[in-house]
Write a protein that binds this ligand. Structure first.
Ligand code: F6P
Length: 353
């Protein structure tokens, strides 16, 4: 058995833990040969691979990023380096040349959509859900999310002490794209007073009023805003538009915009911090190391049993697998009846309404 592994899209803590778990399970249980594909699908187009033996994957469990490298603009059906041409046939020819029996694709929504198209063309694929955004359909968790939430919680803890000392409004902007999972869980874990999500467009005046009411007592307010959050009467703040990308919108900057707008309405000073890629870098939490290891070892079982076109998933706390076709192109946002939103109301938090 010869299996290829690639990591696509943005990096996130836990990728190396999956690479390690898949490789060791296949080597130890089946005597398989495992090849790492460099920089996502780019490695299959530009023929860049390396052998992953037990030595190469030892000591990488806690390492952030990906030892294989990744790429978030490489779509073989629309290849940026060939003027947008479809080079999927070239990719499949290289898979045949390598004599790969299957490819493990570790990635988020864009990567899963490409994997699903390749699987329809006959490539045996197994997907593993990765994204700090936690927004992939049919799995209640992707690895990397817990690590990002831990960063947000720690940042809010730190912002709280300086907010309290100066009597300021402090805003922390999180990642998450069109889903508010990181801001919601990070905001609850870091005791934010206001949590603003893309799923619940906010009223600027309601946020200002909430902060104003706190100016005398307790004297400070901590706001956690998702990068995709926006007021009811305006769209998301787009930081950059990328050409030739399956995911062309780069969000970011809504925290600074909100700071400016609140400053005009409040007596206290307002500051904004963009947490940015700090949420994606660094070592995975223990939870993510375990989840990534479980996902990797489950992926190896799917490979052993020839169950292709599937993505590993976590449902009701249990490992399972779902069809890539059901995942491709989908998105999972915070439902408005989520228990944490209910808890936020109970705690007296503002959700900007
Ligand atoms: O999807 C993961 C993510 O970190 C998003 O939360 C964020 O909007 C985006 O990727 C940032 O992408 P890049 O690393 O290309 O700036």
């Amino acid at each position: 058995m010869h299996i290829g592994i690639l990591t696509g899209g943005g990096d996130c803590p836990g990728l190396n833990a999956v690479i390690r778990a898949v490789s060791l399970a296949l080597i130890n249980e089946c005597g398989a040969k495992v090849s790492g594909i460099r920089q996502g699908f780019l490695g299959l187009i530009e023929k860049r691979t390396l052998e992953l033996d037990s030595l190469v994957v030892s000591g990488i469990l806690a390492q952030g990023g990906t030892i294989l490298g990744t790429h978030n603009r490489c779509d073989p059906f629309h290849y940026f380096a060939a003027g947008g041409a479809d080079v999927s046939a070239q990719l499949l020819a290289y898979v045949a040349e390598l004599q790969l029996d299957a490819v493990v694709v570790i990635g988020g929504d864009g990567t899963m959509a490409i994997a699903e198209r390749l699987s329809r063309l006959g490539l045996p694929v197994v997907g593993v859900p990765k994204t700090i955004d936690n927004d992939l359909p049919l799995t209640e968790r992707s690895f990397g999310f817990d690590s990002a939430v831990a960063v947000v919680a720690e940042a809010l803890d730190r912002l709280a002490t300086t907010a309290r000392s100066h009597g300021r409004v402090m805003i922390a902007e999180t990642m998450g794209r069109y889903a508010g999972w990181i801001a919601l869980e990070g905001g609850i874990a870091g005791a934010a007073d206001v949590i603003l999500l893309p799923e619940l467009p906010y009223e600027l005046e309601a946020v200002a009023e909430f902060c104003r009411a706190r100016e005398a007592e307790p004297g400070y307010t901590l706001i956690c805003i998702a990068e995709g959050a926006h007021p009811r009467d305006a769209g998301m703040v787009v930081h950059q538009k990328l050409k030739d990308s399956p995911d062309p919108l780069r969000l970011g900057g809504v925290g600074a915009v909100l700071a400016h707008q609140l400053q005009e309405r409040l007596g206290s000073e307002v500051r904004s911090t963009l947490l940015g890629h700090v949420q994606r870098g660094g070592t995975p939490t223990a939870f993510d190391r375990i989840l990534a290891t479980q996902f990797g070892s489950y992926a190896a079982q799917l490979l052993k049993h020839g169950r292709f076109g599937r993505m590993v998933a976590l449902q009701a706390g249990a490992l399972t697998d779902v069809s890539l076709a059901e995942v491709a192109g989908g998105n999972r946002r915070v439902p408005l009846d989520h228990p944490l939103l209910q808890a936020a109301h109970g705690l007296g938090l503002s959700l900007g309404q």
